[in-house]
Design a protein around this ligand. Structure first.
Ligand code: NAD
Ligand code: ZN
Ligand code: ZN
Length: 395
């Protein structure tokens, strides 16, 4: 094998490029990773989380290799890898977890204590997430392989369903986690803020969990149409009508049981002002329209540093949250990275046994590695698509 590699690099606010990069090693700097494997990347997706960085809304350094949604074939195993084998096709949870620390032992793999010297939690190709090299590449290294990787049971069936299975590395578990933490169950009424890929994955998840009615809100009409294509109700948030009033004709009441924020800190105002940002809008709206005693799942990302924020407070992550409203209604709010490993096996089975059509719901479009910069631009423009990069033409 010739040791060449290429990947998507963040080259400063608003731009990414495909460049030659080093072939991965079983190491991170001076840290040896004999517990790791090298993957030939089969599919790697562009995420709304990447967009926060590429829009210059984080402190991501230029030159960073992007990509945290990775599915691949194992081509080399480190000395200490016991159960994963060369030739396995595997899904990589975007969270990197050691499997040995207190949080990992409690299943909280999004806040592993041993993979990022700066703070709990790590991910591939992400700002403040430990410096691990991203996977929008031809080849990538995955540490703690026995613990992290989900092996697909059958290679041919996996390749057949790869457009669905590739969503197990992040957005399907993330949407599902949003719903689980919002308390969605049989007969629930659910509001999902945001009809991007994570919101749509949350909507599918709510249906899978047995929700009676799933309502998705956004200002992007193409994305709302996508939500309706698999049976969701929708709210056009460009209208000035209060949300409770929009809910009434759908539900016969002005509140939902459960709410999921699939937007995050770049949230925009509802109504005619919808081009303006207001980072706490979605959180405040969720508290307004969730019934007393209800729960709010918050997979949408909130940051501690936002150089492009609309106010000085928001530059350090301080938002105008109306917490009194949530307190008065005894709401529970659930934040943080999705611990992907908690859900990926069950959701894989739901895909393999055809209980769910996640790729269709989020409208997967496969592109080559060289098309990735265009994919970033189109995704930023709000198309109703989830871009899946196919670096070796294996799809
Ligand atoms: P996206 O940017 O494609 O989608 C966000 C959508 O929200 C857009 O369609 C936008 O029009 C809409 N929106 C903006 N303001 C709104 C408002 N006030 N009400 C309703 N909709 C509004 O991103 P995505 O890929 O779907 O990801 C969504 C969020 O989830 C991002 O913040 C991403 O970083 C985060 N995320 C978190 C995790 C996790 O583990 N917690 C994992 C993956 C993604
Ligand atoms: Zn992601
Ligand atoms: Zn750990």
């Amino acid at each position: 094998m010739t040791a060449v590699n290429r990947g998507v690099i963040y080259t400063g606010s608003g731009s990414v490029e495909v460049q030659s990069i080093p072939f991965p090693e079983l190491a991170l700097g001076s840290r040896k990773c004999e517990h790791g494997v090298i993957l030939k990347v089969v599919a790697t997706n562009i995420c709304g989380s990447d967009q926060h960085m590429v829009r210059g809304r984080t402190t991501a350094p230029e030159g960073m290799v992007l990509g945290h949604e990775i599915t691949g074939e194992v081509i080399e195993c480190g000395r200490d890898v016991e159960f994963i084998k060369t030739g396995d096709i595997v899904s990589v949870p975007f969270n990197i977890a050691c499997g040995r620390c207190r949080n990992c032992k409690e299943g909280k793999t999004g806040i592993c204590l041993n993979v990022n010297p700066a703070r709990p939690g790590a991910a591939y190709g992400y700002v403040d997430m430990g410096g691990w090299v991203g996977g929008q590449t031809e080849y990538v290294m995955v540490p703690y392989a026995d613990f992290n990787l989900l092996k697909f049971p059958d290679r041919d069936i996996a390749m057949d369903k790869i457009q669905d299975l590739t969503l197990l590395s992040d957005i399907f578990p993330t949407g599902f986690h949003g719903c689980v933490t919002a308390g969605v169950g049989p007969g629930s009424t659910v509001y999902i803020a945001g009809a991007g890929p994570v919101g749509l994955a949350a909507a599918v998840s709510a249906q899978l969990l047995g929700a009676a009615c799933v309502i998705v809100g956004d200002m992007n009409l193409e994305r709302l149409e996508q939500a309706r294509s698999f049976g969701c109700e929708t709210l056009d948030l460009r209208q000035d009508t209060p949300m409770a009033e929009m809910l009434e004709p759908i539900l016969g009441e002005r509140e939902v049981d459960c709410a999921v924020d699939a937007v995050g800190f770049e949230a925009r105002c509802h109504g005619h002002d919808h081009s303006h940002e207001q980072p706490a809008t979605v959180l405040n709206a969720c508290m307004d329209i969730t019934r007393a005693g209800g729960q709010i799942g918050i997979p949408g990302l909130y940051v501690t540093e936002d150089p492009g924020a609309v106010s000085d407070e928001a530059k350090s992550g301080n938002l105008s949250l109306r917490l009194g409203q949530g307190w008065a209604k005894s709401h529970s709010l659930h934040t943080g990275q999705c611990p992907v490993m908690k859900y990926h096996r069950q959701l894989m089975q739901a895909i393999l046994f055809e209980r769910v059509q996640i790729a269709k719901a989020v409208n997967v479009q496969v592109i080559s590695l060289d098309e990735a910069p265009q994919g970033y631009t189109d995704f930023d423009g709000g198309v109703a698509k989830k871009f899946v990069i196919d670096p070796h033409g294996s799809l």
